[in-house]
Design a protein around this ligand. Structure first.
Ligand SMILES: [Zn+2]
Length: 107
């Protein structure tokens, strides 16, 4: 029984307990979101990005509001993806209503 690559082995997701980071392959999300949310990401993102997709790429797209352009991903699925990204700390929780925080701190 080898102990090498233990961390990498975690990324098959089946052990479920590992912390998701931006460097995780997209597949790590598969065990945390529904297939209806995951499958569109898995089929579209490698094609869009032309490389191996990481969870960080998904977070980045969510921050840029680009997930809505992915086929078969509706607001509800995007909300599901957003939630796991928030839970893992990759993005911060709900956007402030426009024009509140920045302006209130001005004086
Ligand atoms: Zn992982």
């Amino acid at each position: 029984m080898s102990e090498t690559n233990d961390e990498l082995r975690d990324h098959d997701g089946r052990r479920g307990g590992h912390l998701i980071t931006a460097d995780c392959p997209l597949d790590c999300l598969a065990f945390h979101i529904s297939a209806k949310a995951f499958n569109p990401l898995a089929s579209e993102l490698p094609w869009l990005l032309k490389r191996r997709v990481t969870v960080g790429d998904v977070a980045d797209m969510q921050l840029r509001r680009q997930l809505r352009h992915i086929r078969h991903l509706g607001p509800r699925r995007i909300g599901e993806i957003e939630l796991i990204l928030i839970l893992t700390g990759l993005i911060s929780a709900p956007r402030d209503p426009p024009g509140t925080a920045a302006e209130a701190s001005r004086s």
